[in-house]
Design a protein around this ligand. Sequence first.
Ligand SMILES: NC(=O)c1ccc[n+]([C@@H]2O[C@H](COP(=O)([O-])OP(=O)(O)OC[C@H]3O[C@@H](n4cnc5c(N)ncnc54)[C@H](OP(=O)(O)O)[C@@H]3O)[C@@H](O)[C@H]2O)c1
Length: 336
Amino acid sequence: MINLIAGPTGVGARPLRIVLPGGSGQVGQALARSFQERGHHVTVLTRGPYTAPWLTVHWDGEHEGLWTEALEGADVCINLAGRSVNCRYHADERNAIYDSRIRTTRLLNRVIAGLAVPPRVWLNASTATIYRHALDRPMDEATGELGGGELISKRRRAPDTWNFSIRVAKDWEAAFFETQTPRTRKVALRSAIILSPVPGNAFAIFSNLVRVGLGGKQGNGRQFVSWIHEADFARAMEFLIDHEELDGAVNIASPNPVPNREFMQALRDAWGIPNVFPAPAPLIEMGAFFLRTESELVLKSRRVLPGRLLQAGFEFEFPNWPEAAEDLVRQWKNRE
Ligand SMILES: NC(=O)c1ccc[n+]([C@@H]2O[C@H](COP(=O)([O-])OP(=O)(O)OC[C@H]3O[C@@H](n4cnc5c(N)ncnc54)[C@H](OP(=O)(O)O)[C@@H]3O)[C@@H](O)[C@H]2O)c1
């Protein structure tokens, strides 16, 4: 069924022109597919070449060019561009992670501020990782505390890699909001891990551990996992496009983050694989080293609540992890 987002005047449903810089990655593909199924016109800006069932336009993420025409008169911009964080944080990777986000955001600010008819809404990727390591209480937009150098146990402070991610997130949001765009509403997407039943996604990484018998708790299992099902992520984007009263930073996460031990237990149940070999923190650090990634994904406690989405009346299709895990596993099995 085609379900078009209402226009700004409330006149009724109409197809929107939606531009996705950096939309060739995991999140972008899921969003583009979802928007297209709902009858909207999707354009992905890519450093390409990249072929897709929707329009793709070349940009280099650094300079203005013909691609700016895709944004002229568009309804929505959703910027997802940024070098993948799935790597070891050596100096070169850190520079690439940082620069690719700040530079593309500033470039879009310059371009959008100068358009004759700019998009009426711009959603820019950010991350729920911006909040501190939180075991004690949930972090919503109003009362959450941003991270950086916090104590994570009696004697240990947050490691340098966690601080780096937080600095990226803070500077990314600062770069996004530093330019006034009075005709374009801006929302920074403080998103939790978006779970999709596709190879390479965090869901696949956790699932592969379960399927080879290593799906026990990670670390001490008390750290919280904030997550969102990809279907709810796409629905939240529609909601933000439609709700003109929402601007600024918005948390995009299910309302029920769970401790890692419960997260892994529900995933084991969904796969029907009752293995319990835990992975203590030193083993996680070693595994992350060999997999050329960082342990932050599983060891940092992300306890994030979607305060503003809930207040505005957003309803989650998958608010609870066990049902979300069952649905993702079902979709995975159907594809195999
Ligand atoms: N996935 C999650 O769970 C999650 C959670 C929170 C936040 N986020 C954020 O959401 C955004 C999208 O996530 P994703 O998982 O879809 O990432 P992704 O799969 O790595 O895709 C990001 C896209 O950015 C583009 N890109 C990479 N390096 C670039 C550069 N130097 N300059 C310009 N563009 C560059 C690439 O497109 P081309 O090669 O086609 O140009 C790539 O397809 C990211 O910024 C990520 O940090 C993701």
